[in-house]
Design a protein around this ligand. Structure first.
Ligand code: PAD
Ligand code: ZN
Length: 379
């Protein structure tokens, strides 16, 4: 029997409060209104940003909420006025949606749409209501997507159609983590062949940055992590050397500066700690280094910066989602995965059913995984 136009009851991992485990509940997902799309979520990556939200490190997050923002799925039904996709289309959900009308969307160098929910965490559809409920009580959404559920509803701008043959359990990572690390290297820093790069943090984001440094032709790629179990995979993906700051008798930026005879050409912080951001900046060459911040710190933290670090000629920049204009650029990334140019499978350490979501988060918190992908929908 068709579910079109009806409320769908399905399983979702609901978060009720900061730092509390996910609870698998049967929630109600209302049909899409005009310019909205209901999607059966097939696969969702677990990103550290979800844990930031859960841990209280992000301003404005409201409970109860369905977290998750790195998902791929199949369109179940569309609201009035939706022409860009139709039921049965395969899609990536966009935590960085773009309206293509605001100043940021129209700017060639920006992807940070004024209508996205990043940092605002309103947790609602654009019309300021929710399509999720549980026994009549409203549940919030997250980053315009909410992917830790079998079904979700998104505004039309938060979706991008992809090739039906693409493996969902891999291309879901394009929705956030992979694109973030990969794009910051290629689009933001624009790493040049023959250069030296240092990547701080070898999680899903950092490993994607390493992959991109290799593709860009960097000859030295130094990975830095306090968890040395990450080093084997990092070397497989492109790191030429790996350093554990705990093994060093000097501050890590001094170690990197010595190893690179004056500092790396490019640095990337893929952790979200302001003290590591300061180390990353100082690990780049004082005269021409390019320092790039990717990690998201606790919203109350502030980066303390000696202006001389920059006055000597370094540049410092940040990027959201690797500067990709998601609706335009993601289909091309999917094609590259399918053509074997990008090995997303190398980033997936575990595939777990939705009900094992707490185990998936523990694996991330304990440093046991690069990316865990939840295989979301059973139906
Ligand atoms: P992850 O937990 O998989 O990886 C983080 C890695 O950092 C782990 O391997 C840790 O061992 C390592 N680490 C922790 N502390 C240190 C330290 N002091 N020195 C060296 N290594 C350390 O996280 P992730 O890869 O999913 O996410 C990384 C960050 O990127 C996180 O802050 C997340 O919120 C952010 C992010 N940013 C964007 C964006 O658009 N800018 C998008 C998605 C995620
Ligand atoms: Zn916009």
């Amino acid at each position: 029997m068709s579910s079109v136009g009806k409320v769908i009851k399905c399983r979702a991992a609901v978060s009720y409060d900061f730092k509390k485990p996910f609870v698998i509940e049967e929630i109600e997902v209302a049909p899409p209104k005009a310019h909205e799309i209901r999607v059966k979520v097939c696969a969702s990556g677990i990103c550290h940003t979800d844990d930031h939200a859960l841990g209280g490190g992000m301003a404005g997050v409201k409970f109860p909420v369905v977290l998750g923002h790195e998902g791929a799925g199949i369109v179940e039904s569309v609201g009035e006025g939706v022409f860009k996709v139709q039921p049965g289309d395969h899609v990536i959900l966009l935590c960085s949606p773009m309206c293509m009308k605001c100043k940021a969307c129209l700017h060639e160098d920006s992807n940070f749409c004024e209508k996205n929910d990043v940092g605002k965490n309103v947790g609602l559809m654009l019309d300021k209501t929710s399509r999720f409920s549980l026994k009549g009580k409203m549940i919030h959404n997250f980053m315009s997507t909410s992917t830790f559920t079998e079904y979700t509803v998104v505004d039309e701008f938060a979706i991008c159609r992809i090739d039906k043959a693409a493996p969902m359990d891999q291309v879901c990572l394009i929705g956030c983590g992979f694109s973030t690390g990969f794009g910051t290297v290629l689009n933001t820093a624009k790493v040049k062949p023959g250069s030296t790069c240092v990547v701080f943090g070898l999680g899903g984001i950092g490993m994607s940055a390493v992959m991109a440094c290799k593709i860009a032709g960097a000859t030295r790629i130094i990975g830095v992590d306090i968890n040395p179990t990450k080093f084997t995979k990092a070397k497989e993906l492109g790191c030429t050397e790996c350093v554990d700051p705990k093994d060093c008798s000097k501050p890590i930026h001094e170690v990197i500066t010595e190893m690179t005879n004056g500092g790396a050409d490019y640095g990337f912080e893929c952790i979200g700690k302001v003290d590591v951001m300061a180390s990353m900046i100082q690990s780049t060459n004082y005269a021409y280094g390019s320092a790039n911040i990717i990690g998201v710190p606790n919203y109350t933290d502030r980066l303390s910066l000696d202006v001389m670090w920059l006055l000597t000629g370094r540049t410092l920049q940040g990027a959201f989602l690797g500067d990709y204009k998601a609706p335009l650029d993601f289909p091309g990334l999917v094609s590259d995965v399918m053509a074997g140019k990008i090995d997303l499978n190398a980033l997936v350490s575990y595939r777990l059913p939705l009900e094992n979501i707490n185990e998936g988060f523990d694996l991330m918190r304990n440093g046991k995984t690069i990316r865990t992908v939840l295989l979301t929908c059973k139906k």
